[in-house]
Ligand binder design. Structure first.
Ligand SMILES: Cc1cc2nc3c(=O)[nH]c(=O)nc-3n(C[C@H](O)[C@H](O)[C@H](O)COP(=O)(O)O)c2cc1C
Ligand SMILES: [Fe+2]
Ligand SMILES: [Fe+2]
Length: 403
């Protein structure tokens, strides 16, 4: 079965894409939607340039894909935008097939990182921030974009064609059925972009904004954006730039409330159903995730919904004098990956001692999240507890309005 796609982007520029239907990304994120690794091949007057690569298990496929366009021995330069192995994993095999001719163009920090991963005897050529590198008929401009997604990350801009090879930036999860933005339902794709941003680079959200400022500041306004994951934007590159900015800023979708809870035997669930009823009475249709005997949502999906929510309702039961483990884990990742604040209504049920309010506050201590109301009750919620929840929902909605 052919897992890869070779597609001409311009007369001299090709996409080499492999579709990876892997279960988890970085051994962490559930991605039933899959992921693509996009490498690019530029045929210039001064020789063939390979930008990035694929995961090591697809190295032979990458060579096959390259051979449909060029002899691997003709690759004169390999640009390593980012050392993470989803892109660099195939470099050893490519250099072997290339008889070690190619020079590796990269950030200074990438040198030791590559040497620590591969045994190839690399011929490095360090590129400088803002450097222009002539390929005869084409010029590559290299721009440092630290922390997108590692410290050594750079992007390249093909000056004459207005193509921004952006590596992880502007990428997304999923295996889009087509290659370009003019052929795909972008609205549907953007939810995988949001998930990718929050899961993979959420911790470095500020650097997305810094990179956008930097790229705009040096007058680069790409006509085509070719990321290392997902769709290529050529019809409307502003869509992906604006969306990245939106997600990095944590902007909310009006009226979006996300409810997340666990319930072992139904006590928390009863209280949460009441909160949802109160929200629905006021016209809200919350996005709901629950950890129960029958459901276990993916943490990466929840984080992705949180980033553009206006507010959250979190329901948690007390478990071994602490928070129910999956909710505890979620809070830990919220603290790392979501760098903006959202108001929270906290609901908790305990058996003999209430701990949720202080435990959740601790977990979210160094974040911008704000617990507007915390309602804790023993066992099943009684009428008084439900009344408090109704009031809590009103407080939550007020917090949204107060921004
Ligand atoms: C495995 C397990 C561990 C628990 N540990 C505690 C605990 O340490 N402290 C406590 O007050 N209640 C504890 N409880 C009681 C639950 O917090 C309580 O029954 C709560 O109402 C559960 O709500 P739920 O059925 O919606 O999950 C525990 C319950 C279970 C099943
Ligand atoms: Fe990465
Ligand atoms: Fe990547």
């Amino acid at each position: 079965m052919v897992r890869y796609i070779v597609e001409k982007i311009l007369d001299n520029l090709y996409l080499l894409r492999v579709n990876d239907r892997v279960k988890f990304f970085e051994a962490l994120w559930d991605i039933p939607e899959g992921i693509t690794y996009n490498a690019y091949l530029l045929i210039s007057k001064d020789g063939v340039v390979l930008f990035d690569g694929w995961k090591d298990e697809y190295a032979e496929d990458l060579l096959d894909a390259i051979r449909t366009i060029s002899d691997p021995n003709d690759i004169k330069y390999i640009v390593v935008h980012h050392v993470e192995q989803d892109h660099s994993g195939s470099i050893q095999r490519v250099l072997e097939a290339n008889s070690g001719i190619a020079e590796v163009l990269c950030h200074p920090l990438a040198v030791k990182m590559l040497q620590s991963l591969y045994t190839a005897s690399f011929k490095f050529k360090i590129v400088k921030d803002g450097e222009e590198f002539s390929l005869g008929d084409r010029t590559l401009k290299f721009i440092y974009t630290p922390w997108l997604h590692w410290p050594e990350t750079i992007v390249s801009y093909i000056v004459e064609d207005g193509v921004l090879l952006s590596c992880d930036a502007f990428g997304g999860f999923s295996i889009p059925s087509t290659v370009f933005d003019d052929e795909e339902d972008i609205t549907n794709y953007l939810k995988y972009v949001r998930k990718y941003i929050v899961n993979v680079i959420g911790y470095y959200s500020d650097y997305i904004l810094k990179a956008l400022d930097k790229i705009r500041g040096i007058g680069v306004s790409p006509k085509i954006i070719t990321p290392a994951h997902g769709i290529i934007f050529r019809k409307n590159p502003e869509i992906i730039v604006d969306y990245y900015e939106r997600v990095a800023r944590g902007l909310s979708e009006r009226g979006k409330i996300t409810v997340i809870y666990n319930s072992m035997y139904g006590s928390v669930e009863k209280a949460i159903h009441h909160a949802i009823g109160e929200l629905e009475k006021r016209g809200f249709k919350p996005v709901t995730f629950k950890f129960t005997d029958s459901e276990r949502p993916a943490i990466g999906d929840i984080l992705s919904e949180i980033i553009d929510s206006e507010a959250l309702v979190i329901g948690v039961s007390v478990y071994e004098n602490d928070l129910f483990p999956y909710v505890s884990y979620l809070l830990e990742l919220m603290a790392r990956k979501i760098r903006v604040g959202k108001p929270i209504l906290l609901i908790s049920s305990y058996g003999w001692s209430k701990v949720a309010s202080s435990k959740v506050s601790d977990k979210l201590a160094r974040t911008y999240f704000k617990i507007v109301e915390s309602i804790e009750f023993q066992g099943q919620p009684d009428m008084e507890d439900l009344e408090k929840i109704s009031e809590g929902v009103i407080r939550l909605l007020e917090a949204i309005n107060q921004g």
